[in-house]
Design a protein around this ligand. Structure first.
Ligand SMILES: *Cc1c(COP(=O)(O)O)cnc(C)c1O
Length: 383
């Protein structure tokens, strides 16, 4: 085993933007001293939208104030409201359910596939009723949802398809970028995401220009961008920050390299952890297609003991979702009478994320893997 590093390997690195400090200060200075004093939705935001759109080959990209807000704008543009149901995964982050509930609609929780941890299309199909308006699968940790199956399911039932691709920017499935499988998809630029930044922001991506036009209006109080103070729709304040747009434009070219480093680290972990499956530690599915290397989460039978073991060896870890969404007090009222999502509950009990960020050194990555393997080796094989 490699020597224990002197300093704990943090799960969320405090020096994430160290190399970009000067760029950030520059952006603040140039926008703050610019003649038009445009701090939101200026030409930098427009350039960022164009750059993302061209990279993706999307019809449109609309930058907005967060990933959560991007989901909300899409649901609003689709007219999701009271009386409607949206099928969402039973395992994942709160916005999957809260964005639907905040539109006055009902989130309906589909259980997940126990291996990919993303919504199971068959479980989702069983929940479709005459009130179902949309399906909203989400990419989870490092695996994209089964979008071909969800696309087919949505088409077969005449439903809208919202793709929560907040964690999957840069991922592709069968050659199609994450975000473009749904009628609309989202990215989140919150700090911890793969294209994170020191602030809040996100984007709606879509191949549907008319949906995009609605989203554009809704993000700025329902105005059309031509006539100020003419409000066509009941909208939101979900505008994008110019300083952040400047920052993201400067960092965009480096994104593929950072994603490649994440993939390399994840691949190394998976090679090391492959033999641990019968020792109570299951690594996520490997391969390149349909993968997004946002979070590297194993499923561990003795999770609390593994957390302690890692901590004792200077490695921080993180439980993303300790409860299935239908078990969260906020969403219990929506889940009443539903089928118990046993796979979501099991994933909530076992998921444990290990550090995964581009500037981890090879020695740190090895130390993390060694520590997990040593923990597994100290256990009896499960029969
Ligand atoms: C992060 C995240 C969001 C929300 O994005 P914010 O920018 O934090 O609002 C939505 N869905 C998923 C799956 C996420 O991981």
């Amino acid at each position: 085993m490699t020597a224990v590093t002197a300093e704990t390997i943090r799960f969320f690195p405090p020096d994430l933007f160290e190399d970009d400090r000067a760029a950030l200060l520059d952006a603040v200075y140039s926008i703050g001293t610019g003649t038009d004093q445009k701090f939101i939705l200026g030409e930098r935001t427009a350039r960022l939208e164009r750059a993302l759109r061209e990279d993706l080959g999307a019809a449109d990209v609309v930058a907005c104030s967060s990933g959560t807000s991007a989901l909300t704008l899409i649901l609003a543009a689709m007219g999701v409201g009271p009386g409607d149901e949206v099928v969402v995964p039973a395992f994942g982050c709160a916005p999957l359910a809260s964005t639907v509930a905040n539109r006055g609609a009902r989130p309906v929780f589909a259980d997940i596939d126990p291996r990919t941890l993303t919504a199971d299309p068959a479980a989702a199909e069983a929940l479709i009723t005459e009130r179902t308006k949309a399906l909203m699968p989400a990419h989870m940790f490092s695996v994209m949802a089964d979008m071909p199956a969800f696309r087919a399911l949505a088409d077969r039932h005449g439903l809208r398809l919202v793709e929560d691709s907040a964690v999957a920017q840069g991922g592709t499935l069968r050659g199609r970028p994450a975000g473009l499988w749904g009628d609309a998809g989202v990215y989140s630029f919150v700090q911890v995401k793969t294209f994170g930044m020191p602030g809040e922001g996100g984007a709606v991506v879509t191949g549907d220009t008319s949906l995009a036009a609605d989203v554009r209006m809704l993000r700025n109080h329902g105005q059309d961008g031509v006539h100020r103070f003419r409000h066509h729709r009941v909208g939101y304040n979900s505008r994008f920050d110019e300083v952040m747009a400047d920052f993201q434009l400067r960092r965009l070219a480096g994104l593929p390299g950072r994603l490649a480093r994440r993939a390399e680290i994840a691949g190394y972990y998976s090679d090391r952890f492959a033999p641990l499956a019968d020792r109570g530690i299951v690594a996520p599915p490997v391969g390149g297609d349909g993968r997004c290397h946002y979070v590297y989460a194993v499923l561990a039978e003795r999770r609390d003991a593994l957390v302690d073991h890692l901590a004792a060896h200077g490695v921080d870890s993180h439980v993303y979702y300790p409860r299935a969404l239908p078990e969260q007090p906020a969403f219990v009222p929506y889940a009443a009478g539903g089928v118990r999502p046993v796979h979501a509950e099991s994933a909530a009990r076992r998921n444990l994320a290990l550090p995964l960020y581009p500037h981890l050194s090879d020695a740190q990555v090895e130390h993390i893997a060694d520590t997990v393997c040593a923990f597994a080796a100290s256990r009896e094989k499960t029969p």
